[in-house]
Design a protein around this ligand. Structure first.
Ligand code: APR
Length: 178
């Protein structure tokens, strides 16, 4: 497994709370492939952003799992929303890890393309989609660090956890990399 220079690990931040309140350049939505909203963080983001978001998402017309699309953020403090459907977890032998990795990598690609300096991620796929929290955390953190290592593009990356279990998992994993 790759080891990472402290200057990259220092760009990762773990916070507890509601991602819709984050004042960053982009927040990432754990969307569904229709992009038409849902429950969990998807529902919270659409409720907080307002109806303009749904109108823009309708015009995009959907997004495959692992891919990512960027929209405006409307009533949110953030400037953009990056929508990415993660994988539905079916036991771990159906390419779920690769799809989850792609969700984080393609979101970071949009961060770089739009020259964004900060981005906030929820724990994609660990709710309704059932991905085990510790495995998902390792995929999330390593994919973000690998992206910054490979591209040289650095941004402040916030992992916003809604529950204490995920919060503890992320803090412990990131500290284990130092
Ligand atoms: N801020 C941050 N994190 C949140 C918030 C919030 N406001 N609300 C929920 N979460 C957390 C959940 O606790 C979980 O850890 O986001 C993580 C992802 O859970 P889900 O929102 O259920 O997303 P996911 O598992 O990827 O399932 C996506 O659910 O809501 C539908 O339309 C969505 O079909 C899609 C599916």
């Amino acid at each position: 497994m790759a080891s990472y220079p402290p200057k990259l690990i220092d760009r990762l931040f773990v916070r507890r709370g509601d991602i819709t309140l984050e004042r960053v350049d982009a927040i990432v939505n754990a969307a569904n492939p229709s992009l038409l909203g849902g429950g969990g963080v998807d529902g919270a983001i659409h409720r907080a952003a307002g109806p303009g978001l749904l109108d823009e998402c309708r015009r995009i017309g959907g997004c495959n799992p692992g891919e990512a699309r960027i929209t405006g953020a409307y009533n949110l403090s953030a400037r953009h929303i990056i929508h990415t459907p993660g994988p539905v977890y079916r036991g771990g032998s159906s390419g779920e890890r690769e799809i989850l990795r792609a969700s984080y990598a393609n979101s970071m690609t949009l961060v770089k393309e739009y020259s964004l300096r900060s981005v906030a991620f929820p724990a994609i796929s660990t709710g309704v989609y059932g991905y085990p929290a510790a495995d998902a955390c390792e995929v999330a953190v390593r994919t973000v660090l690998d992206f910054m290592l490979d591209t040289g593009y650095l941004a402040d990356v916030y992992f916003i956890l809604y529950d204490s279990i995920n919060y503890t998992i992320y803090n412990n994993f990131i500290e284990s990399l130092r």
